[in-house]
Design a binder for this molecule. Structure first.
Ligand code: FAD
Ligand code: AMP
Length: 472
């Protein structure tokens, strides 16, 4: 009898399993993906998501720098070339190192790794099947962390050759001359950036008229301008109706403003979102069910409607992000152990790892206006940051939003160098319920790009030093 069985070893599941074991709970983690008869740990994030995409973003960024930026610094490099198989090999080694690392962490923390596909039979029973053999396990608690998979749309069926999903786009062995991408979400933008930097002519087709509707609208506008400048060629209001694979290329038909258009690409990436993995996950008798979009309904503590069955990560509501998944994992097992841990969903940061990065936490101006709340804002452009100018990366700005009366920080939004790390400082400030004044009175090292956050916080109360203040 286990105390906890975790289903899935992605950032939700493996973190939950390790913490559960640290808390003295007898824990097993079941994973269905395998390699050489052992579970392939790490889920989407480590194997086919966050980590490999960041490895390729980093390699391609260095290549683009060598092509376009080095000369500004007086560095001469003759005709830099890119060795794609080597770049992929580097990425694969990083993935192997990290996924192997989780196996070591499981061993060090006494987490039992079980290979196979789990099915929940009841509140205390999990069946695990591998190569036709089924084992029945008993447990006091079940934590579902089965994650998500790319959405496949009937109009553009993935064939794993020239029409691929995000997984396939991390595996190209040569730079496609032309690359179409359906969807201008985070994944489409990151993968588009990788291949555009390496020389692909990229065209992104996005059905919505709004670009990055979840971000601050001024940032979205600047990001759109900058990415188009970088050659991403983002086309809004373009709904793809068909994609047909030919011998040589893919023909894509889409409509824009009532007219039909056709484009041909060497490769097409379908990046239209992800769906929760719940197929065959539980029996009818388990008492579990899914909502109309396939997610497992849970409350703020990730409790399902069945006592002692919990669900975390991409398989439940909220942003599909690794750090959100992991924090839910920690909250759930702490609660199983009797600790009253909660999660502050309002403080989950979002990042787009393009160059420059886009990041935000908390509410934006539209959210607050829609809610009828009074707020004040302060912004600081990187063009006025000494460090940003010194590195030659002065695109974008930081914006801090605070409550009009109490000055409490309600949101931090950034587009520019190290935006993710800058916004992370905003997350810490918000977690401690800091005011804009608190952040303004905090000492920031000089010269750092983080000083833009300091100045934006001071600008909220018209006290920025290195830029003119806007009278409010
Ligand atoms: P997953 O990571 O999907 O893991 C679920 C695991 O459960 C899988 O290993 C699966 O095999 C296993 N499983 C499923 N069903 C069963 C079953 N019945 N029995 C046994 N095992 C089962 N997020 C970020 O925060 N930052 C990023 O930079 C980022 N970049 C991304 C880039 C790409 C290209 C993609 C696709 C995603 C990215 N994400 C990023 C999202 C991130 O990967 C997910 O939010 C995260 O992996 C969710 O974690 P999870 O543990 O809920 O699920
Ligand atoms: P995300 O869910 O953030 O990964 O983004 C996926 C994007 O794909 C969304 O912005 C959708 O509007 C877009 N999308 C979905 N279906 C289509 C389609 N048929 N044509 C163009 N864009 C689409």
């Amino acid at each position: 009898m286990y105390d906890v069985i975790v289903i899935g070893s992605g950032p939700a599941g493996y973190v939950a399993a390790i913490r559960a074991s640290q808390l003295g709970l007898k824990t097993a983690c079941v994973e269905k993906s395998f390699h050489n008869d052992s579970p392939q740990l790490g889920g989407t994030c480590l194997n086919i998501g966050c980590i490999p995409s960041k490895a390729l973003l980093d390699s391609s960024h260095r290549y683009a720098d060598a092509l376009h930026q080095f000369s500004d610094h007086g560095i001469k490099v003759q005709n830099p070339t890119i060795d794609i198989p080597k770049m992929m090999d580097r990425k694969n080694k990083i993935v192997a190192q990290l996924t192997g690392g989780i196996s070591s962490l499981f061993k060090a923390n006494n987490v039992t790794q079980i290979l196979g596909t789990a099915t929940i039979m009841g509140a205390n029973t999990v069946e695990v099947t591998y190569e036709g053999k089924t084992e029945t396990l008993e447990t006091l608690n079940i934590v579902i962390a089965s994650g998500s998979s790319p959405i496949d749309i009937p109009v553009a069926k993935v064939n794993h050759k020239n029409i691929v999903d995000s997984t396939g786009a991390l595996e190209f062995q040569a730079v496609p001359k032309t690359l179409g991408i359906i969807g201008a979400g985070i994944i489409g933008l990151e993968l588009g950036s990788v291949w555009a930097r390496l020389g692909s002519k990229v065209t992104i087709l996005e059905a919505l008229d709004d670009f990055l509707p979840m971000a601050d609208s001024k940032i979205s506008k600047e990001v759109l301008k900058e990415f188009n400048k970088q050659g991403l060629n983002i086309n809004l209001g373009c709904k793809v109706n068909a994609a047909k694979s030919n011998k040589k290329n893919v023909t894509v038909n889409y409509e824009n403003n009532g007219s039909e258009f056709e484009l041909n690409f060497e490769k097409l990436i379908v990046a239209v979102g992800r769906k929760p993995n719940t197929e065959n996950l539980f029996s009818k008798s388990s008492g579990l069910s899914v909502d109309e979009r396939g997610f497992i309904p849970v409350n703020n503590f990730c409790e399902t409607k069945v006592k002692n069955i919990w669900a975390i990560g991409d398989v439940v509501r909220g942003p599909m992000l690794a750090h959100k998944a992991s924090e839910e994992g920690i909250m759930v097992v702490e609660r199983i152990a009797g600790n009253q841990v909660e999660m502050e969903y309002a403080h989950v940061p979002s990042v787009i790892y393009t160059h420059p990065e886009v990041a935000w936490v908390g509410q934006n101006e539209k959210d607050l206006s829609d809610a009828g709340l009074e707020f004040k804002t302060g912004s600081f452009p990187f063009a006025a940051s000494g460090r940003a100018l010194a590195t030659g990366e002065s695109t974008g700005f930081v914006k801090v939003i605070a409550d009009k009366k109490t000055d409490t920080i309600l949101g931090v939004h950034a587009f520019g160098p190290s935006a993710a790390d800058i916004v992370q400082q905003g997350v810490v400030a918000m977690e401690f319920k800091a005011s804009a004044e608190d952040l303004g009175l905090t000492i920031f090292s000089h010269p750092t790009v983080s000083e833009a956050l300091h100045e934006a916080a001071m600008a909220v109360n018209e006290k920025a030093i290195h830029i003119g203040n806007i009278k409010k």
